[in-house]
Design a protein around this ligand. Structure first.
Ligand code: HEM
Length: 144
């Protein structure tokens, strides 16, 4: 269970130094002080976003799913007034996967795909039927 303590923007704004660095991403209040030296993008960019809502900065970089799932580790609370769904990042990843599944089923129901299924079924049936017909008529001919 992630920390749900509520903070105001003014409270978060008090933590903006390299020894006490907080910011907000998607309504989550994060304390990234211990992460500063580990951040692959460097400490400097994090300190620039300190005390602010860093959602846009974070999104603009196009952080990976791995980076997104790291956010929970640094969460110390949530932003006041933020309509927040307490979902686990794993659930978000699940939803994304489920979404992709739905897209795949839409493609399956596509008319072209249905048509090709019918062709795939009937063409071999007709070819087999032709050979059965040929062998039957040949048998009938040889009887004369
Ligand atoms: C707790 C918050 C953050 C975490 C856990 C995090 C994590 C990461 C990770 C894992 C990477 C490596 C690339 C990737 O996997 O996407 C990365 C790269 C980077 N991050 Fe962050 N990041 C955070 C916040 C931010 C913020 C607020 C900024 C502000 C601009 C930022 C800027 C960058 C930059 C510039 C890179 C380098 C991108 C590159 O070399 O192509 N990050 N971050």
């Amino acid at each position: 269970m992630v920390n749900q303590k509520v903070f105001t923007l003014a409270q978060v704004a008090q933590h903006k130094s390299n020894t006490d660095c907080w910011f907000i991403i998607n309504g989550r209040v994060l304390n990234v002080t211990k992460f500063l030296e580990e951040h692959p993008g460097g400490a400097e960019v994090l300190i620039e976003s300190a005390g602010k809502d860093a959602t846009k900065d974070f999104d603009d970089i196009g952080h990976s799913k791995a980076a997104k799932s790291m956010l929970l580790k640094y969460q110390v609370g949530v932003l006041e007034g933020f309509i927040f769904r307490d979902v686990d990042i794993k659930e978000v990843v699940h939803e994304e996967t489920r979404g992709k599944g739905m897209t795949a089923s839409v493609i399956k129901n596509d008319k072209v795909t249905q048509y090709s299924k019918i062709v795939e079924f009937f063409v071999p049936l007709m070819v087999a039927g032709y050979f059965v017909y040929r062998s039957l008529t040949r048998d009938a001919e040889s009887n004369y």
